[in-house]
Design a protein around this ligand. Structure first.
Ligand code: 5GP
Length: 118
């Protein structure tokens, strides 16, 4: 059984967050340390630690991450100029919180996808 993170407590509203969306499958809330004018985390309500832990029964929730991302991007006024969705996995991916989540970032040009090699 995977260990819960702070995200489970946010989903259950046991600790505060700036929540912008919730349904029976996913929850979205603003990142505490925003890297762009809009920085929202979209999270399956079920604890799935990493992308490596997804199974076919999670497909509905994972698909919902995208439909909610598009809806929130529209609401945040990002759709015309665009935005970026990021899912980090484990150490090399830079994952800090082991509860799978999608970052929705936008509101400024976000630069190259990766830091360029020297
Ligand atoms: P990761 O690096 O795992 O892809 O992203 C984790 C994100 O969660 C980071 O951007 C971090 O700022 C955010 N975060 C960590 N703890 C909290 C918290 O307690 N509340 C909120 N709203 N965001 C958090």
């Amino acid at each position: 059984m995977a260990e819960e993170t702070i995200f489970s407590k946010i989903i259950r509203k046991e600790i505060p967050s700036e929540m912008v969306y919730q349904d029976e499958r996913v929850t979205a809330f603003r990142d505490i340390n925003p890297q762009a004018p809009t920085h929202i985390l979209i999270v399956p309500n079920k604890l799935i630690p990493t992308v490596d832990d997804v199974s076919s029964e999670d497909e509905a929730a994972l698909g919902r991450l995208f439909t909610v991302a598009a809806r929130l991007a529209q609401e945040e006024g990002l759709s015309r100029e665009g935005y970026r969705l990021i899912v980090n996995c484990r150490e090399h991916g830079g994952q800090e919180v082991y509860h799978l989540h999608m970052h929705l970032l936008g509101g400024r040009p976000l630069g190259p996808m990766l830091a360029r090699r020297q």
